[in-house]
Design a protein around this ligand. Sequence first.
Ligand code: UDX
Length: 458
Amino acid sequence: MEQRKGRRLILFPLPFQGHINPMLELANILHLKGFSITIIHTNYNSLNPSSHPHFTFHSISDGLSESEASAKDILRLISLLNVKCVEPFRECLASLLSDVSEEPVACLISDAIFHFAQSVADRLKVPTVVLRTGGASSFTVFAAFPQLREKGYIPIQDSRLEEPVSEFPHLRVKDLPVLKRWESEECYQLVEGMSNGFKTSKGLIFNTFEELEEQALGKIRQHFPIPIFPIGPFHFPTASSSLPLSTEDESCITWLNSQAPKSVIYVSFGSIAAINEAQFLEIAWGLANSKQPFLWVIRPESIHGGSQWLELLPSELLENFNVRGNIVKWSPQKEVLSHPAVGVFWAHNGWNSTLESICEGVPMICMPCFTDQMVNAIYVTNIWKIGLQLEKGADRGEIERMIRRLMQEKEGEEIKARSLKLMEKANLCFKRGGSSYQSLDGLVKHILSLESFVFGTQ
Ligand code: UDX
């Protein structure tokens, strides 16, 4: 822990697991750097202050009705939060800024998707640094949405799925980061709000490291005239700072302890993605037929219309599951990925999962579902070459073959070797003089320089 800076940072996470985790990890990093931390959070997926007693928490009412809050339409939910939180957030921020009993506020750090926070902060004359929790490569694609739209790549047309995207040579039209409904105006407004918000912010933080996404970071530096701070992977220097919204089932670690080194396939599709019953059965059969042990995270709501998923399984599959499988509702994922028994991560390529796997040198089977996951998967398979991609709707035979390629064949050995090399790079970036180490130092100096703006000392 560094000497206290006598300055407070106010952090405002988007209330979803994949966004809360990196924001909390960032909070811990900056706390270690000597800043005091205040978190503003919504009622929706509200945070538990007792898990981080060294931070101050303030809850705001998001005004979501019960049906709005339980909606499965994530885009709608985010759009509503961006409207309904404006006033409660403004009131909370204004009262924190005027509280002279606390250390002075150096800046607000808000999630990029909460784009309204920027204009509220501008009005209250508090500088903002924005956190983009996703990767830099996918961000360059979001930033190009207006051009992609103009050129007719989006909305995506079925007839063009395999066509390469001229602005992004690694991507085909089907790899563009869209949600199913992302052709709606609501979606474009959200992406536009995110990109425009940065323009008046004082800086942009990424949970990535220079060596991983050098090209994309270069592009972003050209495009956005603000300082860019790639200071990830956030979870490295802070060990266990995430704040699970579900209870972690630790029993899977005991089970992993009884498995052979590098033998287990860990299957998890993050906190939002869901699959249909047919996909669920193909995955189940593919895993069973592969004869490898597996640990599978099945959230109750992760199978469309199938909360009774156990009943979907024929008895011979259930027997196989009992012998070789372990199913949990939520795992301590970082602990799982660092376990010596885990050989492969079958992931949906949410950015956090992707980074966590890179940091542990675990090769991936990529099955992206939507948005940035599509781009992340292409980087994993075609650029870093540390995984293989399963096409959407792969059947049990394809799944079994893919597992064999990765766990038993020479191709898998090569992928494993590249994963380990990339892991070494990730390990180095936080060592003294490493890229993220330096970028973090730059961020701390930058934040301290912002206070002249707040207090008018210059
Ligand atoms: C969402 C989006 O879907 C994703 O595309 C975007 O990059 C971030 O926001 P999510 O789908 O939840 O995130 O995926 P991911 O980014 O991988 O974040 C999931 C987090 O939950 C990870 O930190 C992971 O370690 C944690 N997790 C997941 C657990 O701790 N236990 C689990 O069982 C599953």
